[in-house]
Write a protein that binds this ligand. Structure first.
Ligand code: SF4
Length: 692
């Protein structure tokens, strides 16, 4: 039988948003590969998604709804029908509406699947109509986004190929080998053509190991380093006074602020040698164009927003915005701002009420959200008991007997284990969606390739069923996925010149289309800020309680009372997308046992040898991991890669130790400001990445 080939898009939280092809025979997917015509995927997929059919046909996929038997978290379930599940949800929610009102219901969703229909609209319309609590979705890049929009007006970047125009690339707090893999061939090509590559990262990552220069500052001191570089650039006359006068706001004040960042202070805070800082400043001042490529790592600490503001100042000081190969490569997301009216359909909905920060979920469940208390939690596209900061508090909150929790997922995750009802979700092959990217300027359509497995339903189908059971008959709650896409696309195109000539019909016919964006963002030194300039001084930040200039940084650390001598960095894994795929045995085998990297000096001081089982602890919790003693991390820093499920690791995972104190901007999670202590642990039981 000749297979039918269906075009789609990778839905996982990665900037590449690869085009994919699925071969289908008799409703069964028999092969899955990159779309050779997709300009970003370029015929190959990353290690995580290549075995995607193992994910789709995993023997542990949930196939039908489950109801808890026994106490919460006991792992005992009974199969129930969809009718019974939805009737129970509707009944429990009606009781909650009568007792507490709709804001006692909290939807918790994030990027388990990206996409306009299954993430964006599914997180909005039904919940607005219900009048549920809003969720502040600030776990990933909220501080960096706010900082970028304040400084430059928009998150615009060139496509990856622009790196070929650069003489210098500084990759800052970012490991694209693992998290933006399709950038790497372009980087290698640039490097072969003579481009100098510098990586700034507290860990010698795979990307750093192949750079021409690697600087390893203390985590969270990136902004201080950037301010120090700015001062050195000015002292050496590498700044562009004319450009600064014409295209920035606040240059005189910013220049004055630089007096606070002499080299010895910067070296002291960052832990870098003065010569190394001087060398980087010299490279950035002389090798032009110089491209700063960063991602969200540098914003996940107490100084996240101001760090990014300081970094964004460097291309302004040297006049390198608006030129090919210059400026910053952060995100292309700002080219696609979906029309909010079409996404949300606020008409006829209760007024939006309180907003609960997703990074405070544990505290919210334990009483921080008390007017009204959270009586029902509905989780989809997320696995907070694994992936969110202070996971121990989340677990404790989810064990509340009076909390009614529903989880919609493909698997019985750490979070689903704590639910009252679990509903089976589709994979990307079983649903329709439209994907923007944050690393390219493509829109990619995902056509449904196979029927839903078992009784699985997509996020959007679930929202429609919930609406039906709650008696909401507005047509915009019951559209087909293509109708949702057509409506939002049309509304967005009306006010966004980047959508010129883009229609659903065209995207479906071509599979992917390129947005009508300029090749070089901010060409001519024109910025979509209120001033039209780079806002080194941004007075709009004052209203939010921020210093309008970069340069105010917290230098204190996460204080736990105990266990605060080492800074914990929970970087991205090469084999999982946060917690997605971290139940797939093939990928677990490649990743090896859950581990923590520690510098030899820190290990010796604690009597820890390579391969030892160690207990990592602080006042929030503990976990046990395998020690990797390596000079790939700087002294005082330990690195445990994120994504491991506690139930599979046979121990709490690392997020039982991460802080839920927020970063400076936008309610951002500050994972990398967490502090821990480590000691040897007895070899009492196996600690491996195995399914249990
Ligand atoms: S995770 Fe990223 S690199 Fe991997 S297939 Fe998906 S979009 Fe491509």
């Amino acid at each position: 039988m000749i297979p039918l080939t269906i075009r789609g898009a990778c839905p996982h939280d990665c900037p590449d948003t690869c085009g994919v092809l699925t071969d289908v025979v008799g409703g069964q997917a028999v092969a899955f590969r990159a779309d050779p015509d997709h300009p970003v995927a370029d015929g190959w997929l990353c290690a995580k998604v290549r075995p995607y059919l193992d994910h789709v046909y995993h023997p542990n996929r949930l196939m039908y709804p489950l109801r808890r038997l026994g106490p919460k978290g006991s792992g005992r379930w009974e199969r129930i029908s969809w009718n019974d599940a939805l009737a129970e949800i509707a009944r429990r929610w009606r009781d909650i509406l009568d007792t507490h009102g709709p804001q006692a219901i909290l939807p918790y969703s994030y990027s388990g699947t990206l996409g306009l229909v299954q993430m964006v609209v599914s997180s909005a319309r039904f919940w607005n109509r219900l009048g549920a609590s809003q969720l502040q979705r600030s776990i990933c890049g909220a501080a960096a986004e706010a900082a970028t929009e304040a400084t430059l007006g928009a998150r615009w970047s060139a496509d990856y190929a622009d790196v070929l125009n650069a003489k210098l690339v500084v990759i800052w707090g970012h490991n694209p080998i693992s998290t933006a893999p399709h950038f790497m061939p372009w980087l290698r090509k640039a490097q072969r053509a003579g481009c100098t590559v510098v990586v700034v990262d507290p860990r010698r990552t795979g990307t750093a190991a192949t750079a021409n220069l690697h600087l390893a500052p203390r985590p969270g001191t990136d902004g201080i380093l950037a301010m120090g570089l700015a001062r050195l650039l000015v002292e050496a006359g590498h700044h562009n006074e004319a450009w600064l006068q014409q295209h920035t706001v606040g240059w005189p004040e910013f220049r004055t602020r630089l007096a606070d960042f002499p080299l010895d202070r910067v070296a002291d805070h960052t832990g870098l040698a003065p010569d190394a800082i001087r060398h980087l400043a010299h490279l950035y001042g002389t090798l032009r164009p110089g491209l700063l490529k960063f991602a969200d790592g540098i914003n996940r600490n107490f100084n996240g927003g101001q760090n990014v503001r300081a970094l964004l100042a460097l291309p302004a000081i040297t006049g390198q915005y608006g030129i090919a190969g210059g400026g910053v490569m952060y995100s292309t997301s700002g080219y696609v701002k979906w029309d909010a009216g079409a996404v949300h359909h606020w008409e006829g909905c209760p007024r939006p009420g309180r907003s609960v920060n997703m990074n405070r979920l544990g505290e919210a469940l334990l009483g921080e959200a008390n007017d009204p208390p959270i009586a029902s939690l509905f989780v989809f596209g997320a696995n907070p008991a694994t992936s969110t900061v202070a996971a121990g508090k989340i677990r404790q909150g989810m064990l509340r007997e009076d909390l009614f929790t529903v989880v919609h997922d493909l698997f019985l995750t750490d979070t689903a284990d704590l639910a009252d009802l679990v509903l089976p979700a589709t994979s990307q092959l079983e649903q329709t969606d439209l994907h923007k990217a944050y690393g390219s300027t493509l829109l990619t359509y995902n056509a449904q390739a196979i029927p839903p497995r078992g009784e699985c339903v997509s996020n959007w189908e679930l929202m429609s069923r919930l609406a039906q059971w709650m008696g909401f008959d507005e047509p915009w709650l019951h559209q087909s996925p293509d109708e949702v896409i057509a409506e939002v696309l049309t509304a967005t195109a009306q006010g966004n010149p980047h959508f010129e000539g883009i229609t659903l019909e065209r995207i479906k016919a071509e599979g992917f289309v390129k947005l009508a964006t300029p090749g070089v963002p901010f060409a001519g030194g024109v910025f979509p800020t209120p001033s039209g300039k780079v806002e080194l001084r941004c007075d709009r930040l004052i209203a939010a309680g921020h210093d309008p200039l970069p340069g105010q940084f917290r230098t204190d650390s996460d204080k736990n009372g105990e266990g605060d001598s080492l800074t914990l960095v929970t970087g991205a894994s090469h084999h999982f997308v946060t917690s997605s795929f971290a139940s797939q045995q093939g990928l677990l085998d490649h990743a090896g046992p859950p581990s923590i990297e520690i510098h030899p000096d820190d290990a010796t001081a604690r009597g820890i040898a390579d391969g030892d089982r160690v207990r990592v602890f602080n006042s929030r919790g503990w976990c046990e991991l395998r020690a990797i003693v390596t000079d790939a991390v700087r002294p005082g820093v330990v690195v445990a890669l994120k994504g491991r499920w506690s139930k599979i690791s046979g121990t709490n995972n690392i997020n039982h130790l991460t802080t839920d104190t927020l970063a400076d901007f936008a309610g951002q999670a500050a994972y990398h400001s967490s502090r821990v202590e480590i000691e040897r642990a007895p070899e009492s039981r196996p600690l491996e990445g195995v399914l249990i």
